[in-house]
Ligand binder design. Structure first.
Ligand code: IP8
Length: 269
């Protein structure tokens, strides 16, 4: 029976996070090649990608993660409603780059944009995941962090890719592992990365260990590495392996997906 892997391509990996709407095409091409290696090894893939500079900068400026706020609290030319539409479109644009990288390698993939099928935020968001189950073997289903409608006064909010992967990894059948591919780090570090100093990588991490994430709170409206680890432990509790690796090498993402020992952080119970 074919196994499944859920892969999250971090927004900070596939985009230049500090420069508005700038994609890292070479990184995407490399990640697509590694994804193909999974398919070649009879592993089905659910791909979730983050937003990076296609989502976080504008979402932060227009306070979209907070839902509807008073117009006086917004600094910018757009209304919040216009910003919601723009960020959704920017995410569709980023997704197009992702799909292009997959298509270049003849990988068949279908995107399901969350604003069309999901509501509410956090790991218990609402949305029918059966859409992800129906694809024939070898077809990659793709989704991503997005602005979604929310119940109540907030009206809208940011559904992070890190929340999408939780339900996808736990609820879909045959999911063997969840792999977070990240930019700038080899996994979870014992201390924030510093130039000219070797990263102090935690090869395994259990819930009790204390760690510090390198969370650029001024530009990231969701959660940085701390959120990935917290969400990862929820998934691990359901018997799905969770590995965090650098997405900037030639083989670690594919290796982690296929269960090979690679440099990175494996969550342990
Ligand atoms: O980068 C955030 O998704 P994430 C989505 O997976 C937006 O946390 C639109 C900021």
């Amino acid at each position: 029976m074919r196994e499944r892997v859920v892969i999250k391509w971090g927004g900070g990996l596939i985009t230049d996070k500090a420069a508005l709407k700038t994609v890292r095409t070479d990184v995407l091409d490399n990640l697509a090649e590694q994804l193909e290696a999974c398919l070649d090894n009879e592993m089905d893939v659910i791909l979730v990608h983050g937003a990076g500079s296609f989502g976080h900068l504008k979402a932060k400026q227009y306070r979209l993660a907070e839902g509807r706020v008073d117009a006086q609290g917004i600094e910018g030319e757009l209304t919040q409603d216009e910003a919601v539409e723009e960020v959704r479109q920017d995410m569709l644009d980023l997704n197009e780059h992702v799909m292009k990288a997959l298509t270049k390698r003849d990988i068949s993939a279908v995107t399901l944009p969350p604003h069309q099928w999901a509501r509410n935020t956090g790991p218990n968001f609402d949305g029918d995941l059966s859409l992800f189950e129906g694809a024939p073997p070898g077809i990659v289903l793709v989704t991503y962090g997005d602005v979604v409608e929310c119940d109540g006064d907030s009206e809208f909010g940011i559904l992070s890719g890190d929340d999408l992967v939780v339900r996808l990894a736990i609820e879909l059948p045959r999911v063997k592992r969840l792999v977070f591919a990240m930019g700038g780090v080899d996994g979870v570090l014992a201390e924030p990365p510093q130039p000219d100093k070797e990263q102090n990588l935690l090869k395994t991490l259990n819930k009790k260990q204390v760690f510090e994430g390198d969370h650029a709170s001024e530009i990231d409206v969701t959660g940085g590495i701390g959120l990935k680890v917290e969400r990862g432990f929820r998934v691990l509790d359901h018997g799905v392996q969770v590995v965090l690796v650098s997405g900037e090498t030639e083989e670690r993402v594919a290796g982690a997906c296929l269960g090979h020992p690679v440099r990175g952080t494996t969550l342990v119970a």
